[in-house]
Design a protein around this ligand. Structure first.
Ligand SMILES: NC(=O)CC[C@H](N)C(=O)O
Length: 245
């Protein structure tokens, strides 16, 4: 199985390293034709405006959009999630091109600028159920977006309570702070074969999100095999799944 990692800018090396830890080779993608042989793609965090400009420069938009439309699994982390969303607010003047596909509206810098980056333990029951380990995951939020709205087909995997005045400073300085006026913002979603996390699993030692995505890829491959003509026989077996450690 070949999993691509969009390698225009941002934390693509860290995703490749996380994949290697779970026995999967990540292929750095910089050209449209490289997508043809891939079964899945990770779009890393970084800076979504820059990523869009580079994708435009390398003529990647048509091939990336086709990849999403074909139903191949795609996981966007942070800037990658913004890129994958249908709609983004809080963007630079003049807007920015999005890949689209994920039926969400994201706020590009919901928590504020770099100084308001923070870490917090987030409860992700789905991840714990499928991958085991602790119920929480250490979320690294760097100039993080948040998902403001999600469409009816979007499954919410995790949310985070933040002060309802969106006082980014207090979230950043004390994410565990108890306040009476909290509101929940969505921070991880799944829509069919698309996965989005506003935080950076590739910057932690916990590879459960990568394993979770790889299972989505395995399931998608199985579906492709069983929906192909005839009764599956030995020759139609899905590609071998990665070795989980
Ligand atoms: N860490 C990140 O990926 C930050 C994303 C950033 N808010 C953007 O606009 O792209």
């Amino acid at each position: 199985m070949a999993v691509g990692v969009l390698a225009l800018q941002g934390s693509f090396n860290e995703h490749v390293a996380a994949l290697r830890k779970i026995g999967v080779k990540g292929v750095e993608v910089r050209k449209p034709e490289q997508l043809e042989s891939l079964s899945a793609l990770i779009i890393p965090g970084g800076e979504s405006t820059t990523m869009a400009k580079l994708a435009e420069y390398h003529n990647l938009f048509p091939a990336l959009r086709d990849f999403v439309k074909m139903g191949k699994p795609v996981w966007g982390t942070c800037a990658g999630l913004i890129f994958l969303a249908d709609k983004a607010v809080g963007v630079k003047s003049g807007g920015q091109e999005l890949l689209g596909g994920l039926d969400c509206t994201v706020h590009r810098n919901f928590f504020g600028s770099q100084v308001y980056s923070f870490e917090a333990d987030v409860l992700v029951p789905e991840l714990a159920a499928k991958e085991g380990g602790p119920e929480t995951f250490r979320g690294v939020f760097i100039r993080s977006p948040a998902i403001l709205e999600a469409g009816p087909d979007v499954e919410i995997l995790a949310d985070l309570s933040v002060p309802s005045d969106k006082s980014t400073k207090s979230v950043a300085q004390n994410p565990e702070e108890k306040s009476e006026t909290l509101e929940k913002v969505i921070i991880a979603v799944k829509q069919g074969n698309l996965l989005g996390t506003v935080f950076h699993p590739e910057l932690t030692a916990d590879t459960r999100w990568h394993s979770y995505f790889l299972k989505m890829v395995g399931d998608a491959n199985m579906q492709n095999c069983s929906s192909s003509e005839g009764v599956p026989d030995g020759s139609q077996r899905p590609p071998d799944l990665p070795i989980y450690q």
